[in-house]
Design a protein around this ligand. Structure first.
Ligand code: ZN
Length: 427
């Protein structure tokens, strides 16, 4: 739970959202609450969480604060085109996005020089096509077609990552070189895929400018991270972002490799079963915006789980350290009631130098399959990993399979850990 923030700032946000937005006033009234009922962090628990579906249903008229329209100055609109009915329309004030990004990135000195006053970094994005604002991020479009209004170049990638043909991979290398980015914003699995092709083709990811890498979109595995580190070398700062398209930066990885949550621009809670979790236990991240004039959000349930670590980090940042556990819809649910999170699976697999890519999938019966692409024959290593996975996933059965292709999700994201059982619980 946020400690840095005076609860008074939260009360102001509640009062503002109640006064200025139709949705939140109705949300409070439906629960017989008024802003003056919420005086403390304990009272705050009385407000039922708000969710993506609330904001989807009520956008724009019900969630935009009175006095704003989508055409007001500094309003950035965006849309993500979901494949499974999760299309999200939202809007954000440009300066709120900047403020949250600056707070988060400040935990990593390697990113200090990126946003110096007057310096507008050249950004190149290599990520699941679904997350891009460019509807036509197909291989046949030109660089101009894929350059966003803010100058970001969106690289093309096949909807099913591993099915990306060689010519499209070559195009990505060519365009990075031609564009000379300061910053690559990537999905780590996607960039690791590109680095493997780079080895095969004798191509490097290079820029005439000093390159920085921000990872996001999906959980970064140790396996992907090892490949990025090995290819890009120690002079390219790499940071893992905690973020959501509708809110911007919720946190960032510091140069010590820990994830810090942005509890300065947001009031954050980690919740399980309606209660705040103690340190060391995992909970769902709820965020409350602070001073968000456009779309104030109160107790916005993110669907992402974290464990607040409760210990300071040697990097010196006072933003709290969290361990990323993953999305509720991806948790492996075992027959004995235990839950194994995607973050726990990634920690167990480690950086596994013999592995290129893996996916642990739980089917509707509860059985698990670990599919992997190996970089080299490693019989002893896979047996060892199989033993450790079997132990953690017991009593559920596990099968390991070496394969040469693993499909992405329908969304175009590659998830390293999925569960049909959890996906159905969410439905
Ligand atoms: Zn740190």
């Amino acid at each position: 739970m946020s400690t840095a923030i005076d609860f008074e700032a939260v009360r102001e946000e509640i009062a503002y959202a109640f006064d200025r937005t139709v949705f939140f006033r109705e949300h409070m009234e439906a629960n017989a609450l008024r802003p003056e009922d919420i005086r403390s962090a304990e009272d705050f628990l009385r407000i039922p969480p708000t969710s993506k579906s609330h904001y989807r249903r009520n956008f724009p008229a019900g969630v935009l604060a009175r006095g704003y329209t989508l055409n007001s100055p500094h309003v950035m609109r965006f849309q993500s085109s979901g494949t499974s009915g999760d299309r999200l329309n939202s809007a954000i004030l440009a300066y709120d996005l900047t403020r949250r990004q600056a707070t988060a990135l400040a935990v990593h000195p390697g990113f200090d020089e990126l946003w110096r006053p007057g310096n507008r970094p050249r950004i190149c994005r290599f990520a699941p096509p679904n997350c891009s604002d460019v509807e036509c991020a197909t291989g046949f479009s030109s660089m101009d077609d894929r350059t966003l209004p803010d100058g970001t170049l969106v690289l093309t990638v096949a909807h099913d990552l591993l099915a990306t043909p060689e010519w499209q991979v070559v195009k990505a290398f060519d365009e990075i070189e031609a564009y000379e980015p300061d910053l690559l914003v990537v999905d780590p699995t996607h960039l690791a895929f590109l680095t493997r092709w780079g080895r095969r083709l004798g191509r490097e990811i290079t820029s005439k400018r000093k390159l920085h890498v921000v990872c996001g979109y999906t959980l970064m595995t140790g396996v992907a991270r090892r490949q990025l580190d090995a290819t890009l070398g120690p002079n390219v700062p790499i940071g893992d972002m905690i973020g959501m398209s509708e809110l911007g930066y919720l946190g960032f990885e510091c140069h010590h490799g820990n994830r810090h949550i942005n509890d300065r621009d947001f009031y954050v809670e980690f919740v399980d079963d309606g209660e705040h979790v103690p340190e060391g236990r995992m909970g769902e991240l709820y965020v409350t915006t602070l001073d968000d004039g456009l779309v104030p959000r109160i107790r916005y349930a993110t669907g992402d789980y974290f464990t607040p670590v409760g210990e300071p980090c040697g990097c010196g940042s006072d933003l709290p350290v969290v361990r990323i556990e993953g999305r509720a819809t991806h948790m492996i649910r075992l027959a004995d009631g235990r839950i194994v999170t995607p973050g726990a699976v990634a920690a167990l697999v480690g950086d596994a130098p013999w592995l290129d890519l893996y996916k642990l999938a739980q089917d509707a019966t509860g059985a698990c399959t670990f599919r992997y692409l190996a970089d080299e024959p490693a019989a002893a290593e896979i047996r060892d990993l199989e033993d450790r996975l079997t132990e953690v996933l017991a009593p559920n059965p596990l099968r390991c399979e070496a394969v040469d292709y693993i499909a992405c999700e329908r969304s175009g994201k590659f998830q390293s850990c999925v569960s049909q059982i959890s996906a159905e619980v969410a439905r």
